[in-house]
Design a protein around this ligand. Structure first.
Ligand SMILES: Nc1ncnc2c1ncn2[C@@H]1O[C@H](COP(=O)(O)OP(=O)(O)O)[C@@H](O)[C@H]1O
Ligand SMILES: [Mg+2]
Length: 367
């Protein structure tokens, strides 16, 4: 679906982009392809370079020191923002306070000197799309935060940009509204088949919306993949830790009696089932998720097929659907998540417990 004069979705390609502010290198050799029609997210901590990268696609800010930006097949690296036909929504949506909703949304089309009838038709279609037609004559001060956010979106998509860029657009909204708005943005993106690049530091926001995510740290793309790929197969400690919580234990790989083991301090020895043994003798990190450990009473029967560990509960957090424990095992603080049901006993701080690790879920990382 398009608003009427739409062009087919196009992708975005970034080729070897590096950028410095004075002596600080903030983007380092970025190579990336966003597919046409994709909901793509730049995810990373504050200062990792997400906004700088997004602004560079829009054409704001300094030109890349090196590299190219392509929208579809067009090299736009040297084009000013108004010739790129991209739409950008910022964290502060800066609506015109003296204009009505309709006037705010029409503004960009009037600047482009479209005929009045065409403007009216496109504004109506867009307002209808974001559920604001009934509020068209209000001013921004008469709207809730979520409604203002919808006006900002409407104002951007009414232009029919080739690419929609969203820089932390939900961060001014309260928690419930953020969840509702991220769904609405995704529905809108799907309806319009609009190539969208979304910037956030919030992993849940990224996971719930994105077809694919690029994880950024310190101006470098760490990994690109679907939310599940990144969670299940992180390539390094940073990605493992940034997407959900992870247990990370440093150790070495040993071959003994035809078996391959991961060995770490505190008598931890995890059998590796003949998985990639090329790294034998090397220093590695074993990574596993908190839900790959089960927690039981110290005297209970063993969990079939899982590796037993014993420890002491150091800390407990009750989160409703689950209880998260920190359990000390051989000097390692391990995170354990146990799903919760009414009547289910939670373990106390200081209690001795048995843990069972599903060793199939252990992943070895080398960086
Ligand atoms: N105009 C600028 N001048 C100097 N440094 C900047 C400028 N804009 C951003 N930076 C620096 O670039 C880095 C990346 O910033 P930014 O892209 O805003 O990160 P993010 O959006 O991931 O929080 C930060 O260290 C920031 O301080
Ligand atoms: Mg930013």
């Amino acid at each position: 679906m398009t608003l009427g004069i739409g062009t087919p979705a196009v992708g975005v390609t970034l080729e070897d982009i590096s950028l410095s502010f004075e002596t600080t290198e903030v983007l380092k050799g970025i190579d990336l392809t966003v597919e046409a029609g994709e909901f793509f997210t730049f995810l990373g901590p504050s200062g990792s370079g997400k906004s700088t990268l997004l602004r560079l696609i829009a054409g704001f800010g300094p030109m890349p020191l090196s590299g190219r930006v392509l929208i579809g097949n067009d090299d736009v690296t040297r084009l000013p923002p108004w010739k790129r036909n991209v739409g950008m929504v910022f964290q502060s949506y800066a609506l015109w306070p003296h204009m009505t909703v309709r006037e705010n949304v029409a503004f960009g089309l009037e600047e482009r000197k479209l005929p009045a009838g065409e403007i009216r038709r496109r504004v109506d279609t867009t307002l209808n799309l974001v559920g604001l037609l009934d509020l068209a004559e209000r001013r921004p001060s008469q709207l809730s935060g979520g409604q203002q956010q919808r006006v900002a979106l409407a104002r951007t998509i009414v232009i029919e940009p080739r690419v929609l860029l969203l820089d932390e657009p939900l961060s001014n909204l309260d928690a419930n509204l953020r969840i509702q708005m991220r769904r609405e943005i995704l529905e809108l993106q799907r309806k319009l088949m609009l190539t969208t690049i979304f910037v956030t530091h919030d992993q849940e926001e990224a996971n719930t919306t994105s077809d694919r995510i690029a994880v950024l740290n310190d101006g470098v793309i760490q990994q690109v993949g679907s939310p599940i790929e990144l969670y299940d197969r992180p390539v390094n400690r940073f990605v493992a830790d940034f997407l959900g919580s992870a247990n990370l234990i440093d150790g070495v790989i040993e071959n003994a009696d035809g078996r391959t083991l991961f060995r770490a301090s505190g008598d931890i020895a995890i059998p590796l089932h003949g998985r990639d043994t090329a790294a034998a003798g090397g220093v590695v990190t074993a990574m596993f998720r908190p839900q790959s450990l089960s927690i039981r009473d110290a005297g209970d029967p063993a969990v079939e097929g899982a590796m037993p560990l014993s420890g002491r509960v150091e800390h407990r957090e009750f989160l409703g659907s689950l209880v998260r424990y920190t359990v000390m095992v051989g000097g390692h603080a391990l995170l354990v998540e146990d799903s919760h049901q009414a009547g289910h006993r939670a373990y106390d701080t200081g209690e001795e417990v048995a843990l069972y690790l599903d060793t199939e879920q252990v992943r070895l990382l080398t960086s």
